[in-house]
Ligand binder design. Structure first.
Ligand code: C2E
Ligand code: MG
Ligand code: MG
Ligand code: MG
Length: 279
């Protein structure tokens, strides 16, 4: 297994490898060194409350830029980090950087709500998540209330009891829990009663079809209503245009995230927006 090979050893290329697996294997070798070579950086995307025009929160999104490969999408390298057994290290690095950044903004008087960090389902069940989060919060001195952890429904397919325990622990610490990509994958509404979820994020694939596609519009308004009735916060992902925003506002979803309002950007760019907002 790749995990056992370790991050400092390199796979050998054999003639039997086809171009695709060769490319994959090259990419894996590059990724093993990405953290050490400072090729990973964080981007941040602002979430807005459209009722009062205020910044609601900010999601942390990881970027990998390699001298040879160029910019690689998280859709490619996150699954790879999972396969290589590196995802916990990567997620913890992101978590530490993000908490530190939010603390810096806090110290500078910037109010940008909670900082959200994505945690891979694999890492989620690895057993050391709680200890890592505790240590990262203590090092960064970030108030736990300012941290939001994003998980997906795939965290709950197996070991639901274990997942519930982990979420309870995080909640006890004061951290907020968001259910990312809601409505895709293996949604089961019973998760919402059995797990301490605070926020539902409607998946971008529904938002993309608003407002004219009947089914997506119905599903979106049903999810919003469900969230309201359960007193959960609701965030729409991937909001790209005014028509989508109007639909969401009309149906009671006030928190939006997407290119319409803010593209994911490096710290310097986001900091300058936040500082302007503070004045
Ligand atoms: P996600 O957590 O659902 O993040 C939202 C994705 O939607 C991001 O893609 C973001 O750039 C993109 N997005 C935001 N607004 C819009 C919009 O208006 N239109 C469109 N078309 N897209 C929009 P990104 O950055 O490529 O990340 C993809 C996924 O990779 C994330 O989905 C998340 O599941 C994962 N990921 C990213 N960073 C991390 C990380 O640090 N750790 C882990 N475990 N996963 C991460
Ligand atoms: Mg997310
Ligand atoms: Mg996601
Ligand atoms: Mg999502």
């Amino acid at each position: 297994r790749a995990k056992d090979i370790g991050r400092n050893s390199f796979q050998l290329f054999t003639p039997a490898m086809n171009a695709q697996s060769l490319e994959r294997s090259l990419m894996q070798n590059h990724f093993r060194l990405a953290l050490k070579n400072n090729e990973l950086i964080l981007n941040y995307q602002l979430q807005k409350n459209i009722l009062n025009d205020e910044i609601h929160g900010v999601e942390t999104l990881l970027r990998w830029s390699n001298p040879t490969l160029g910019q690689v999408s998280p859709a490619q390298f996150i699954p790879m980090a999972e396969e290589l057994g590196l995802i916990a290290e990567v997620d913890n690095w992101v978590l530490a950087q993000a908490c530190q950044q939010r603390k810096t903004w806090l110290d500078n008087g910037v109010n940008c709500g909670r900082i959200a960090v994505n945690i891979s389902p694999l890492h989620f069940h690895q057993g050391d998540l709680i200890a890592s989060v505790k240590s990262i919060l203590s090092i960064s001195q970030l108030p736990p209330e300012l941290l939001e952890i994003e998980v997906t429904e795939s965290c709950f397919i197996k070991q639901l009891d274990n997942a519930a325990n982990i979420l309870q622990e995080l909640k006890k610490m004061g951290i907020k829990i968001a259910l990312d990509d809601f409505g895709t994958g293996f949604s089961s509404l019973s998760y919402l009663t059995r797990l301490p979820i605070d926020i539902i994020k409607i998946d971008a694939s529904f938002i993309a079809k608003l407002p004219n596609n009947y089914r997506e519009a119905q599903i979106t308004s049903a999810i919003i209503m469900l969230a309201q009735n359960l007193e959960l916060e609701i965030v729409a992902e991937g909001v790209e245009n005014e028509a989508q925003m109007s639909f969401l506002l009309e149906h009671g979803c006030n928190i939006i995230q997407g290119y319409l309002y803010s593209k994911p950007a490096p710290e310097q760019h986001i900091s300058s927006i936040l500082m302007l907002d503070t004045i």
